[in-house]
Design a protein around this ligand. Structure first.
Ligand code: 6R9
Length: 710
């Protein structure tokens, strides 16, 4: 114990960091400039574009994004701040998202593929849906929704997997001004039911079944659970519309409920070739709700606008995804997440490109599936998350080289990417030919906040890059003082100004909207001046002297060892430099002397077995790169990490295991069965070492319970 205490005081490397700041020990990575061939064709290749988006030109600068759309009526006011911080963009403007993503492309792209759908079974042919076909399908489904009496402003819930019927349904709702709320298909029926109740939907749209890892899942059963859960919360569901994975045949075992459940193909037959005028909607009307979890039970329905949101995703798709109409663009995210809404459906279709939608898991039937799809469809823009990249690297590090595809552009999104993993993505997946953008943003923000402009800025592994065009971030300490770039210090990243993609409110919880995102740094709640309302993102970050931001993870993820705030991501990045390690997660353990100490969970690449040598390598790497302060109390080599359906590691579940507390709700995990396995492994080892902590205080319990907050 005395030894441990000495470790803390001896370590001058971290002795300067204060309570309010997260210590940063990362060394800077090298730059990767875009290849000349990319620059030559890029939508943004002249650095002067930044001058069009400087602070003095705000907010009018964002009309450049709105001008990418077709408006029925042009706006009167670009930004209305009178009800701060409920910002209103393009006030007085009228448009329709469905018209912008479909109808307006008929003139010159009617026979071009809007969507190419790839079913999971490789024996099933992919389906190309032209803009003309999409137009017909969207109109017919809009006619169905209209016939049910749904109208502008009503809410509708979709609980749909990755099938083309999902974007069709979204665009049909948008055509009529019905506010859609798509719940990720992997979520339970009960989770869907809570969201139905919260949004006040009376219609649920679902499908009988879909493929996941080789299995045709019965999805309809979840609709029955959802309706029951919603009813318990006082929300009746009148109609359940059931698409069929194979039209004309029923793929679920669960029976249809008489009078409530209807097959969509039957309804569509009644509305063949019917056309529905796209409604002229206000720019400030809501387009959709996207639920995201917070630390408290009630999910947050993030409400996005039609005009601001669609402008922002069109603009960022153009300049950051570098989408040209002739590209074949594939984003592997699920449409049930914001990434899928913004960068599978609304952004790419607004620009008239071809968007690939894949039904299944990326590594089914093997780790080369994505590369075969890329070859077959000629994908040249590829978009995924660090968790998929780590997984593909884990199961098939040499597979990309065997396939003759060529990406010009790749994206990573969703969490900080370890430089080690970035380099594999660049060298193996991108074959050294593709630019990479690391886009930092959130469900709440609608589109990218931080990213390199791929034809202008060099990429730097592990950093998202500078602020996106027109975005004015700052890093603040707990007292609101700015942490300067290049200081090596970290703090809370805020966005000083509104931008068109920002969500309008939390559905039904306006006070929570203000208190969670704006209250922290606001000094005058009466102010109508946007300068007084920095947006609090809840992420820790540091800014290098070159202006590049490095996101350290959620501020709730910080581990405070004897007053030194260590970012989990930094610890995990170091663990990932050990060759055998595939994934890593750092969590706090309550410690009577130092407050918290670090525990590290790692999983290994295939072919390696757990050993004390690997543990020692991880420990040594952390001590060397960060300092003795960060030396993990234990390193647990586990078979897998508990993850959310979007692939984010659920640190709170691991933290609960390490601290012998209740793991809480694990029903939304992708792999709930792993939790008990890890618990047995870790807690029996801890018992054997006599490491069972005392009963925790309420504050300690709360910290563990919300650690990493998903
Ligand atoms: C788009 C999306 C948001 C949180 C965000 C941050 C983390 C997302 C990141 C990133 C580092 C990136 N995050 N992108 N961290 N680098 N490129 O993921 O939305 O699911 O709401 O998550 O994800 O912590 O605050 P969402």
């Amino acid at each position: 114990m005395a030894d441990d205490l000495n470790d803390v005081t001896d370590d001058d490397e971290v002795s300067e960091s204060s309570e309010a700041l997260i210590a940063v020990h990362w060394t800077d990575e090298g730059y990767y400039p875009p290849p000349p061939s990319f620059v030559a064709q890029a939508n943004a290749s002249d650095p002067a574009i930044r001058e069009q988006f400087t602070e003095d030109k705000f907010p009018d600068s964002f009309t450049a994004y709105a001008d990418l759309l077709t408006w029925f009526k042009r706006w009167d006011t670009v930004l209305d701040t009178s009800n701060a911080p409920f910002w209103k963009w393009f006030v007085g403007g009228e448009l329709n998202a469905s018209y912008n993503c479909v109808d307006r492309h008929l003139a010159d792209k009617a026979n071009k593929a809007a969507i190419i759908w790839v079913p999971e079974p490789e024996s099933e042919a992919h389906q190309a849906i032209t803009y003309r076909e999409l137009y017909v399908r969207v109109n017919e489904f809009a006619a169905v929704l209209k016939s049910l009496g749904l109208k502008a402003g009503d809410r509708i819930t979709f609980h749909m997997p990755m099938v083309p019927e999902l974007p069709v349904a979204m665009l049909a709702a948008a055509r009529l001004g019905i506010v859609h709320s798509q719940v990720f298909a992997g979520f339970s029926g009960t989770a869907a039911g809570h969201r139905i109740a919260d949004s006040g939907s009376t219609v649920l749209v679902t499908i009988d079944g879909y493929y996941r890892s080789g299995e045709l899942l019965d999805h309809k059963v979840k609709a029955d659970e959802a309706v029951e859960a919603a009813a318990k919360e006082g929300q009746p569901v009148d109609k359940v519309l059931v698409f069929r994975r194979y039209p004309g045949q029923y793929s679920a075992k669960t029976p249809m409920v008489e009078g409530r459940d209807v097959f969509v193909d039957d309804l569509l037959a009644e509305h063949k070739a019917e056309l529905v005028e796209p409604a002229h909607l206000q720019a400030t009307d809501p387009l959709f709700l996207m639920y995201t979890s917070g630390t408290t039970g009630r999910p947050k329905g993030c409400q996005h606008s039609i005009g601001g949101y669609l402008s922002y995703v069109a603009g960022t798709s153009k300049y950051y995804q570098d989408i040209h109409p002739d590209d074949t663009y594939w984003c592997l995210a699920d449409i049930g997440w914001i990434t899928g809404h913004s960068y599978i459906v609304y952004g790419p279709l607004a620009l008239g490109t071809t968007s690939v939608i894949y039904e299944g898991t990326p590594n089914y039937p093997d780790a080369a599936r994505p590369w075969r799809i890329a070859v077959q469809l000629g994908v040249n823009i590829f978009h995924t998350s660090p968790t998929s990249i780590r997984m593909l690297r884990k199961v098939g590090p040499d597979e990309p080289a065997k396939y003759d595809y060529h990406f010009k552009h790749m994206t990573t999104v969703g969490e900080p990417i370890e430089p080690e993993v970035w380099r594999w993505y660049y060298e193996s997946v991108g074959k050294g030919e593709a630019v990479i953008v690391d886009t930092w943003w959130q469900t709440e923000t609608g589109g990218f906040l931080g990213s390199t402009l791929p034809g202008i800025d060099p990429a730097k592994p592990g950093s998202c890059g500078p602020a996106a065009l027109g975005i004015l971030p700052a890093i603040l300490d707990e007292d609101g003082n700015e942490v300067p770039a290049g200081s090596g210090k970290a703090g809370n990243i805020v966005i000083r100004n509104p931008w068109p993609g920002v969500f309008q409110t939390i559905w039904g919880q306006p006070e929570r909207f203000v208190s969670t995102y704006y209250a922290k740094y606001n000094k005058n709640p009466e102010s109508k001046d946007w300068h007084d309302w920095p947006y609090f993102a809840g992420d820790g970050a540091t800014q290098a002297a070159d202006g590049y931001f490095r996101i350290l993870g959620r501020v709730d993820d910080v581990i405070n060892v004897a007053g030194h705030r260590l970012g989990t991501k930094e610890l995990e990045s170091v663990a990932l430099t050990v060759n055998e390690v595939a994934e890593a997660a750092a969590v706090p353990v309550v410690d009577d002397v130092r407050g918290r100490v670090v525990e590290m969970y790692v999983s290994l690449k295939p072919g390696f077995t757990p050993s004390p040598e690997i543990e020692a390598k991880v420990r040594d790497a952390i001590v060397k790169d960060i300092g003795k302060i960060a030396r993990p109390k234990n390193i647990w080599i586990v078979p897998d990490m508990p993850k959310t359906r979007s692939g984010k590691i659920m640190r709170r579940v691991i933290a609960a295991t390490s601290n012998f507390t209740d793991t809480g709700d694990i029903t939304t995990l992708a792999n709930p069965e792993i939790v008990e396995k890890i618990r047995q492994q870790v807690q029996s080892a801890k018992h054997a070492k006599g490491e069972v902590p005392r009963e925790l205080s309420e504050t300690e319990l709360n910290e563990i319970k919300s650690f990493g907050a998903e």
